[in-house]
Design a protein around this ligand. Sequence first.
Ligand SMILES: NC(=O)c1ccc[n+]([C@@H]2O[C@H](COP(=O)([O-])OP(=O)(O)OC[C@H]3O[C@@H](n4cnc5c(N)ncnc54)[C@H](OP(=O)(O)O)[C@@H]3O)[C@@H](O)[C@H]2O)c1
Length: 437
Amino acid sequence: MNKLRIGIAGLGTVAQGVLQLVKTNGSLMSRRTGVELIVQRIASRSAKPGVDLLGAVFSTDVHDLVADPDVDVILELIGGEGLAKDLIESALAANKPVVTANKAVIAGYGDQLLAQGNAPLRFEAAVAGAIPIIQSLNQGLAANRIDAIYGIINGTCNYMLTVMEEEGLAFDQVLSQAQELGYAEADPAFDIDGIDAAHKLTILAALGFGTSYDFSALYVEGITQITAEDIQYAKELGFKIKHLGIAMHTDAGLETRVHPALVPSTALLASVNGVMNAVQVVSDAAGETLFSGPGAGGAATASAVLADVLSLGTSGLIGSARALESKGRSLNQAQAAGTAPAMHRLAMDDIRSACYLRIPTVDRPGVFAQVASALSAHSISIEAVIQKEQPLEDASVSIVILTDVVVESVVNAALTELAALDTVVGKITRIRVAPTH
Ligand SMILES: NC(=O)c1ccc[n+]([C@@H]2O[C@H](COP(=O)([O-])OP(=O)(O)OC[C@H]3O[C@@H](n4cnc5c(N)ncnc54)[C@H](OP(=O)(O)O)[C@@H]3O)[C@@H](O)[C@H]2O)c1
């Protein structure tokens, strides 16, 4: 039996999930992999007297994990960017393998960290919780050219959009409900503004397309402008609204964008509801593959963390300086930028998509003709229209238009022109239609 001594930084939701899973399934893991997990040391800001530490030594300084010669692998489960990055750097510098669930650190500093030291750095849990999507991209689909990755990768957004659809509730009502249920943080900005999904898409794009781990290169839009009305109109047009991370390669270049999108009601992703996550990968040989599962939660995330730990345990890397030198670095290189030919990243202005437009106008004859003529002046064709007779509370009416596929900069110009019309009386909502393969 190969003994693997782990050191855990943090004692929150995920760390406690890891401890619980080692406790309940530790012997099963040993039988299956030949690796016996020993929780050697835990370091976290505050002790949690009610938590079973499985005999581990406890201290409050996370750097104790690096200094302890009896710790073979470090699990960074504190989150945030400062101390977490510092800990990963010092562990790798000391040739200690690291497993992290921290998407923010990888999306911001992945290139730098993966280039450092010989020890492997693994981060399966950083994207889509329990779903083994990193391993699938690195290994399961390694023989393929990846053409597109579409992800529902933020459980809070997916939960909120699902409840808005099923119960017809307003955004703010659903947000409060999500906060009460623990599906949204007290400060929900990170999730509902799309930042969390963008961190995850940064990682998926790097693995699928060999881009750098550059969070700032993504286009990011959250779900705060989506109303129950939009969801209803989308349904009438045959779509569901999902918050998507899209990394897609076309002849024009690579698109990396995070925003709400209209997904055909019959599409696989449309059936992924509530807090569930899903990632659809389109590749040349395997075709369309869909991975779905819980994207968060102590046990689900611990499953991904321990998958990384066990794979390190079976890799022959732990405890062998020579193995680390020859294999550890190449494992990191496989996850680092530059393994695929460099791809031109498209500016958002240059992407092409069909669009849903909801235009609030005065309730007067001739307004639709005026809107249609403004779109036509930009050569934008209309695929479908919904115009309700019934005015809204503020006496405005909504004209809802589905356009054909148009270049983003052209839609932007048309929207500026529409917004300047005196018959348009509020903010125009634009939701892009998800690309199809
Ligand atoms: N929760 C999920 O479902 C989930 C899913 C996927 C990925 N993740 C990622 O997993 C990581 C951990 O998330 P979590 O939900 O477990 O967070 P959490 O519940 O807030 O736990 C963080 C732990 O780290 C400790 N900590 C924070 N700052 C520290 C410091 N300066 N020194 C020592 N210890 C410190 C905290 O101490 P205290 O106990 O004193 O607060 C706490 O025990 C994050 O990167 C997160 O993005 C989480």
